[in-house]
Design a protein around this ligand. Sequence first.
Ligand code: GEK
Length: 254
Amino acid sequence: MTNPEDTDIEDTDRIYSSPQETVQPFEFNHSVAAVFDDMINRSVPGYGLNIDLISLLASRYAQTGSHLYDLGCSSGRATLALAEASPDTCRVIGVDNSVAMIDVCSTAIEAHPHEDRIELRCEDLLETPVHDASMIVLNYTLQFLALSVRGPLIQRLYSALKPSGVLFIAEKIADTVPHQQTALDDLHLDFKRRTGYSELEIAQKRAALERVLIPESESEHLDRLRDAGFETVATLSKAINFCGFIGIKAGNPR
Ligand code: GEK
């Protein structure tokens, strides 16, 4: 867990620390982009573990000469993990439709040893061309898309993957059993208190995310991956109410 005292003041998320008359729906704008790394570390249990898992998966599944995609790349933490763990012949493509996030990501990638084989696209991941992929990452991104587009997107990503390619998805999840949902929710709130958020910050952020971040259950995610055709489907990580899933396409690398 990140201790807020270990973070520079200007990089610290204080977006919801003062009372707001009307809390606007959450957006990935310049204020969010400026403090994004602090915000995600302090809000999402298991975030660091999932970045490590993305690296582990890339070491095993990235195929020579293929493309690796990070859809909803934000500040580029997973993009860099993909680049660092894959062969030099792989091209890494980070996609985000927020200009502010792509600006932060470009700065993170600048002068990185693998900069030359990383491409950033500021566009809608629903429109971006995806092909020759051996690994695709949706690290906490699917949850921000309309429910109706999630199934068709996973189908399209399945088709874009090479045989034995892998799709990694991390998401906030909802539990269908009310008392279990309450227990997980309470623990998530405790996690945020422990990382230094006040009750006001927690309440206002929650209001901002209402109807913007729409979680689904673990079984909805696993079923969708199976329905798309993935041969191997599993929950790879779980931390309170956040899960990481994989779908692996059948076949031998080629
Ligand atoms: C990480 N993966 O740090 N097209 C492109 N980008 C989008 C779209 C879209 N339709 N919708 C949302 N985004 C990152 C963290 S954050 C998760 C991902 C969070 C982008 C959005 O602009 C934002 O940068 C990202 O998806 C979600 O490993 O903040 O909880």
